[in-house]
Design a protein around this ligand. Structure first.
Ligand SMILES: O=C(O)C[C@H]1C=CC(=O)O1
Ligand SMILES: [Mn+2]
Length: 374
């Protein structure tokens, strides 16, 4: 008789960012994580995490809605169930609840962490094993000030923490954004890859102009230039320029990936465990992208260490991440709630060793940053 799920706790944790992080749709100064703790009848505990950006500014789930979904709707479906039946539990959750992939991702992560601890193997082994132990990680420049972004980039190149950069644009007038990006590309030089993320802020004609300007400025990739539901625009733009597009908000899971590829999209896709509903679900989406010849990129929703490590265990099993990853979330936060932070060096990060995710909570830090009920 396998162990059963005894308790599920979803904890809101607020940690200030090291600086304001300015995207097209919001500027964030605090990151809120939903930390999930699943305990089984053998006394083992699995950890999961869900984050998003700016409350409801990025997508349809907020940290508070994730907590409510887990407490009110997921818990009754999971308590008492066999803890190692991960696929059966997903089927059960999907039959009883629609959508809410951020919440589902946190639960899947916690169940995978538990499974790894029960089998005494890393989560990546549950996916067939890591092909890579050191994963490339770029940095997002988003202070809102060109000179500050340049200073930040040059410092990170100097310390070899990052050699590639993503710039957040879309909130300025088009040519102001182009000048901002061109100045940074000029400053970091040819050896650094510079990409942009527009976070859906342009309409198709603005995107056509913007992509022509960015292509001329030597930018390598344009992320989600137009609104997420307009797949046809992404297809037309991807066929108009050799500057590749990275689909992000437009593609949450494997079926979105299939639909966008079937519509004729060429380019790349940002895999995110949160959007897909968990690490295993993101790998299914990766398989569809690979079959369609679409490039892979390990995306983040600015998770802390737990969510970031969950994604890294999945990305580590992929032979080729054509565009690397952006798994820098823990570095954007002023503090951490795990005992041993990730090791970022040589323009990437090491995959933690040890059973499950390979991370343990620091209970004092967790208590310090947990949201106090008002
Ligand atoms: O891709 C996004 O829009 C979400 C996230 C990833 C990096 C970042 O700064 O924001
Ligand atoms: Mn994005």
């Amino acid at each position: 008789m396998s162990a059963t799920i005894q308790s599920i706790e979803a904890i809101l944790v607020d940690i200030p960012t090291i600086r304001p992080h300015k995207l097209a749709m919001t500027t964030m100064g605090v990151q809120t994580m939903v930390i999930v703790r699943v305990k089984d009848s053998d006394g083992l505990e699995g950890l999961g995490e869900a984050t998003t950006i700016g409350g409801l500014a990025y997508g349809p789930e907020s940290p508070e809605s994730v907590k409510l979904t887990i407490d009110t709707y997921f818990r009754p479906q999971l308590i008492g169930q066999p803890v190692d039946a991960i696929n059966t539990l997903r089927v059960r959750l999907n039959r009883a609840t629609r959508g809410n992939n951020l919440a589902k991702s946190a639960i899947e992560t916690a169940l995978l962490d538990l499974q790894g601890k029960r089998l005494n193997c890393p989560v990546s082994d549950l996916f067939g094993g890591a092909v890579h132990q050191h994963i490339p990680v770029l940095w997002t420049l988003a202070s809102g000030d060109t000179a500050r972004d340049i200073e930040e980039a040059l410092g990170l190149i100097e310390t070899r923490r990052h050699c590639d950069f993503k710039l957040k644009i879309g909130s300025r007038a088009l040519m102001d954004d182009v000048r901002h990006v061109a100045a940074i590309k000029d400053a970091v030089g040819e050896s650094a890859s510079v990409r942009v993320d527009v976070n859906q802020a342009w309409d198709e004609s603005t995107a056509a102009r913007g992509m022509a300007e960015l292509q001329a400025a030597g930018i390598d990739l344009v992320e989600q230039p137009t609104p997420m539901k307009d797949h046809a625009a992404l297809v037309r733009l991807s066929q108009k320029f050799h500057l590749p597009i990275l689909a992000d908000e437009a593609v949450a899971d494997a079926s979105d990936m299939y639909n966008l590829a079937a519509a004729g999209f060429s380019g790349a896709v940002a895999l995110k465990i949160a959007k897909a509903g968990g690490p295993a679900q993101a790998l299914k989406q990766a398989a569809v992208a690979q079959a369609a010849g679409i490039g892979l990129y390990g995306g983040t929703l600015l998770e802390g260490t737990i969510g970031t490590v969950a994604a890294l265990h999945a990305w580590s099993t992929l032979e080729t991440l054509h565009w690397g990853t952006e798994m820098f979330g823990p570095l954007l936060m002023k503090d951490d709630i795990v005992d041993k932070p990730l090791s970022f060096h040589d323009n990437g990060v090491e995959l933690p060793q040890g059973p499950g995710l390979g991370v343990t909570l620091n209970e004092d830090k967790l208590a310090e940053y947990s949201r106090k009920d008002k």
